[in-house]
Design a protein around this ligand. Sequence first.
Ligand SMILES: Nc1ncnc2c1ncn2[C@@H]1O[C@H](COP(=O)(O)OP(=O)(O)OP(=O)(O)O)[C@@H](O)[C@H]1O
Ligand SMILES: Cc1cn([C@H]2C[C@H](O)[C@@H](COP(=O)(O)O)O2)c(=O)[nH]c1=O
Length: 213
Amino acid sequence: MAGIFITFEGPDGAGKTSVLNEIIEKISNKLGPELVVTREPGGTHIAEAIRNVILDTKNTSMDARTEALLFAAARRQHLTEIIKPALAADKFVFCDRFVDSSVAYQGAGREIGAAEVWEMNKFATEGLMPNLTLYFDVPSEVGLARIKNFRADEINRLDQASLSFHRRVRNAYLNLQATYPERIVLIDATQPFEAVVADAIKVITQRYPVLDL
Ligand SMILES: Nc1ncnc2c1ncn2[C@@H]1O[C@H](COP(=O)(O)OP(=O)(O)OP(=O)(O)O)[C@@H](O)[C@H]1O
Ligand SMILES: Cc1cn([C@H]2C[C@H](O)[C@@H](COP(=O)(O)O)O2)c(=O)[nH]c1=O
């Protein structure tokens, strides 16, 4: 597979979706049809339907392993319908979240364990991993406050988890970054938005000068 797979990761409210949108605006003219922008859970009709079930605030009784399996099922569908074909066609794929989210949220947040979540996801991904991951780091309190203050109308079931859940998620991301420093680059997302965007562009263009944002 010759395309390039770039993922954006981070705790809730880190700002990754806003940064991704800003960057895509800058590169879409340059890349045109060579660019695919997508998200997890979602990106396809079936995976978006699974997303709705997972994130529905009414589904308070969802078991942690059921949740992990649903994320992996959505990922599998997304991978086969969108990501793999795009990479096979030499495209750049920018994806808002991927398997690192499952390791952080279900592995650590829900305390299923990282090893089990990796193992389960290998079935879904067949080992396909991003070429580059931008990890947007913020303390949990900062991310949750942003959601509460600026996005209160869109709070989902995962956003509603406890502060200790969100702290475990952040720590898991920091561990992932320390374990895979070549793939995962940490960006300080507590900075003003423009500075976060500038750092993200720097990381991407250093790795892929062809994008020259
Ligand atoms: N650097 C920043 N400083 C202050 N506010 C920010 C910053 N970046 C993003 N925000 C604001 O924080 C809110 C959450 O941002 P965004 O939705 O992009 O985060 P996210 O990481 O995608 O969160 P989630 O994963 O929960 O969807 C938005 O209202 C956004 O405008
Ligand atoms: C892929 C994935 C996501 N999650 C969580 C992370 C967020 O709380 C939501 C998705 O909402 P967003 O606004 O699109 O970021 O789902 C998860 O727990 N596990 C995963 O694998």
